[in-house]
Design a protein around this ligand. Structure first.
Ligand SMILES: [Fe+2]
Length: 162
């Protein structure tokens, strides 16, 4: 398997409605590494068999990330995370793009088109960018305790393939 940008996880989410409720409740979003976030508690995570099992093998914190309308999250590689697992909760027109090349004036890109209730493992050590248009965009995202030096994208998807 050669430098994939992302990988679709087969187990569909059982907690989308819970996440929508958290997104819409009155608790404020807090500032965390350039994102507005709400953290998601373990009792919600444990309702989802896939996440519950994953959290036992690789402990994580889970959060809802908000990106404002008409904004761009520019090309970057994550500082600490080797891999992330994401699911789109709500949004309007937006694009999440990856390249598995070195950053250059022109790059080939691959778009991650989020399907409903679907988790994706993301290779966040490849360059990626998000451009978001007329509505705020809400993403469910995991941050593993193990950083890029310990848990890589390749290792996680190898474990998932069994
Ligand atoms: Fe990122």
């Amino acid at each position: 398997m050669k430098n994939l940008n992302f990988f679709e996880i087969k187990s569909k989410s059982k907690i989308l409605n819970d996440l929508v409720s958290i997104k819409d409740n009155n608790d404020p979003f807090v500032d965390y590494f350039n994102f507005d976030v709400k953290f998601v508690s373990p009792d919600v995570i444990n309702k989802d068999p896939f996440l519950c099992a994953l959290n036992k093998s690789h402990r994580f914190n889970a959060a809802i990330l908000r990106i404002n309308q008409n904004s761009i999250y520019n090309w970057h590689i994550d500082d600490n995370r080797g891999v992330s697992v994401n699911m789109l909760i709500d949004g309007g027109a937006s694009h999440c793009i990856f390249t598995n090349e070195q950053y250059a004036v022109v790059n080939n890109i691959q778009e991650l088109k989020y399907e409903p209730k679907t988790y994706y493992a993301l290779n966040v050590q490849n360059y990626h960018s998000v451009i978001n248009f007329e509505k705020p965009r809400y993403m469910f995202s995991l941050e593993f305790d193990e950083d890029k030096n310990i848990l890589t994208f390749d290792q996680l998807i190898k474990e998932m393939h069994g």
